[in-house]
Design a protein around this ligand. Sequence first.
Ligand SMILES: CC(C)(COP(=O)(O)OP(=O)(O)OC[C@H]1O[C@@H](n2cnc3c(N)ncnc32)[C@H](O)[C@@H]1OP(=O)(O)O)[C@@H](O)C(=O)NCCC(=O)NCCS
Length: 237
Amino acid sequence: MSISETLSLRPARLGDLEDIVAITIAATAGQALISFNFPHRLEFPQDYYYHWKTLIKASFYDPNSIVLVVEKVSGDGRKVIAWVEWEWKGKDPAPHPPYCNSWTKAIGARLFTIQTNIIKSFWTRHDDNPKNRSTWIVTKSRIDREYWSSQSRLIYLSALYTQPEFQGQGSGTLLKNWGLALAKQHHTVLGVIASHPPSVVIYKHWGFEEVEVVRMQQEGEPEYVDIHVLRHGPPDN
Ligand SMILES: CC(C)(COP(=O)(O)OP(=O)(O)OC[C@H]1O[C@@H](n2cnc3c(N)ncnc32)[C@H](O)[C@@H]1OP(=O)(O)O)[C@@H](O)C(=O)NCCC(=O)NCCS
């Protein structure tokens, strides 16, 4: 990166949603977990796009979540190149529910839920493998119960993606350090699950420790995905 280019971190706005979805689709292209859950995504790109858009938009309205973006600032302007979702989990309520605290957001959240439920009741998606996706949902819920929700308090890294051509330039570190600082402030642990081997390497490089590897595989099928459960901390203050 040249000296005239800098990275800047800020809370995401709904206007960033299209960029965030595009980054997510580009950053996960070809990953084994994506092929496992969405084998028909290339034939049905609109279904796949809608899946990500509704999933990510819901995070904006979740009072226990915060979505942040990194912008690359250069002579050409500002461009969103990476994003993260940090989520409070555990039995204790979040000390400061981050950003969904205004009445306009509360109304927006309600309208979004109603609209999504109506669309989904008419929509038959074609991009996924329902059996594999249900295995993924069950696996994720089991990990959540066992490692995250059972804690008194934990900060969970739900999503972290950098646009491929901008990877290795420090955006991921910036977004990770924001969560680490929050964990330090509240003396709590960070949790994440990851399946993409290079990302698992990066998490370990950042000090996350592996606590379990869960294999998802249907009986008689050669295809499988290993889900790595990783934890960081508690931080020493
Ligand atoms: C994981 C991810 C978010 C990291 O983002 P990033 O913007 O590339 O992160 P950084 O540039 O801060 O790099 C993080 C570290 O990994 C290293 N790294 C990043 N890309 C690398 C690459 N292609 N080869 C080798 N090392 C690499 C960096 O050198 C850095 O190490 P350092 O702290 O010693 O300098 C990004 O690789 C990504 O989007 N991966 C695909 C999506 C994904 O699997 N996300 C995780 C979902 S759980």
